[in-house]
Design a protein. Structure first.
Length: 436
């Protein structure tokens, strides 16, 4: 039998750590391969982590409530396989740690005192292993202050350095690249005054839950990063609505899926993105990253009032039936908290159907690192002027407002306006004779 370390797996794009919510297995219990080992929470989703091995739980390395980095050990399992190279590597690490401890005490492995010049410090195998695993170059390693004999870098020193580096990465997560030297004038900041919150004895204080805190931070960060501008277009969707009423029962009977408006909206958005691909971009400092994939995020409201945005990857490769299946499945699993981490990352453009709440228009906040988001208002019956070859006449039409928020750093008013108008055109010109 062999003992192996279970590492925290990659949880999706941009996720660097997770919080342990609950261990689903205890020390001494048996676990099967791919059986859920623990439940964790990231800044995107709560999910279960499966075991990559079959065996007996020997040790749990992190506790409930503890934050663990992606790629770090979380448990030790004794597998039913013979010990192999992994055990030899572990033994090497143990020997390296012994050498490190001896070096920090001022002796080498032979018990001799070892004086190392400050410009040519000795690094133990353990420190070198950590540096290699964390991709710390020799130049970067030389900058780490050492607390050991003759400024030698100890295990504690390099771990502390990595913690500081991780914190810097988190602090700069939403800071736009290329703005490091930008300074806000002291006059402007000094004139800012936020009145204190007064609390009456009848008021109720509600602590934000973890997801609401994340949403709050992300929305503020997006406002700081992107120059938000909005354009609005009203679309006549009378033909589209008539078609849906006509085919929705047959669609559900044959395709085993409900036909909502959302997949129809996504289909129109995908077509418009193909016409205006510079909407499907991200910004990195003064570089524009033009996305090849069209991955459409759709905002889903949860029962607790929070919001989550599952992503339909390669939406341009799906038919209307495929889009309907994806929309229904993801919306259901979002509300059941069963989405996978990879289904919440990689979006290149987002839509939010605010019409489901009876809203007719809105100015949604861009989901970073995207540069645009489309809000779809409620469909309303309106008295409208209809142009015919016999002249103008009044009629009842079904109309909706499309609200397009975009990042003015890279999308000017012409592109932002033309794009949302093109989406409206696709909805207005919907083929009422199509099968689906």
């Amino acid at each position: 039998m062999a003992k192996v370390e279970i590492l925290m797996p990659q949880m999706g794009e941009s996720i660097i750590e997770a919080t342990v919510l609950e261990w689903l297995k205890k020390v001494g219990e048996e676990v099967n391969q791919e059986e859920s080992l623990l439940e964790v929470a990231t800044d995107k989703v709560d999910t279960e982590v499966p075991s990559p091995y079959e065996g007996i739980i020997k040790e749990l390395l992190v506790e409930k409530g503890e934050i663990i980095e992606i790629g770090k050990p979380i448990a030790i399992i004794e597998t039913y396989e013979e010990e192999a190279n992994g055990a030899e590597a572990s033994e090497f690490d143990r020997q390296a740690e012994v050498e490190q401890n001896e070096a920090e005490a001022g002796v080498n492995i032979n018990g001799q005192e070892k004086i190392v010049a400050t410009d040519d410090r000795f690094y133990s195998p353990l420190v070198k292993n950590i540096a290699k695993a964390e991709k710390i170059s020799g130049e970067e390693l030389a900058t780490i202050a050492g607390s050991g004999l003759n400024n030698r870098v100890t295990k504690k020193d390099i771990i502390a350095y990595l913690d500081q580096r991780k914190q810097k990465d988190k602090d700069s997560l939403f800071k736009p690249a290329g703005t490091e030297n930008y300074k806000v004038s002291s006059t402007a900041t000094n004139n800012l005054s936020i009145p204190p919150v007064t609390i009456d004895e009848k008021d109720e204080i509600i602590e934000m839950n973890r997801m609401r805190k994340i949403i709050a931070d992300r929305m503020l960060a997006s406002r700081r990063v992107s120059a938000h501008v909005s354009s609005f277009v009203e679309a006549d969707v009378t033909g589209l609505m008539s078609w849906r009423v006509k085919v929705k029962e047959e669609f559900q009977r044959k395709e085993k899926e409900k036909l909502t408006l959302t997949p129809i909206f996504i289909e129109a958005v995908v077509k418009a993105i193909k016409d205006f691909p510079m909407v499907n971009v991200s910004v990195d400092g003064y570089k524009i990253i033009k996305r090849k994939a069209i991955n459409v995020g759709m905002a889903v409201a949860l029962e607790d009032g929070n919001l989550i945005v599952p992503v339909i990857h390669d939406a341009d490769q799906l038919s209307l039936v495929g889009l309907a299946a994806k929309v229904n499945d993801m919306a259901r699993r979002a509300r059941e908290n069963k989405l996978k981490p990879e289904e919440l990352s990689g979006g290149t453009y987002t839509i939010t159907n605010i019409g489901t709440f009876g809203n007719i228009a809105g100015t949604p906040i861009i989901l970073q690192p995207q540069v645009a988001i489309l809000a779809l208002g409620a469909v309303q019956k309106k008295a409208s002027v209809i142009e015919t070859k016999y002249g103008d006449m009044l009629g009842i039409r079904q109309k909706m407002i499309l609200s397009h928020s975009y990042d003015h750093r890279v999308i000017d008013g012409s592109l932002g306006g033309l794009f949302v108008k093109r989406v409206a055109d696709y909805l207005e010109d919907f083929d009422e004779e199509r099968k689906w």
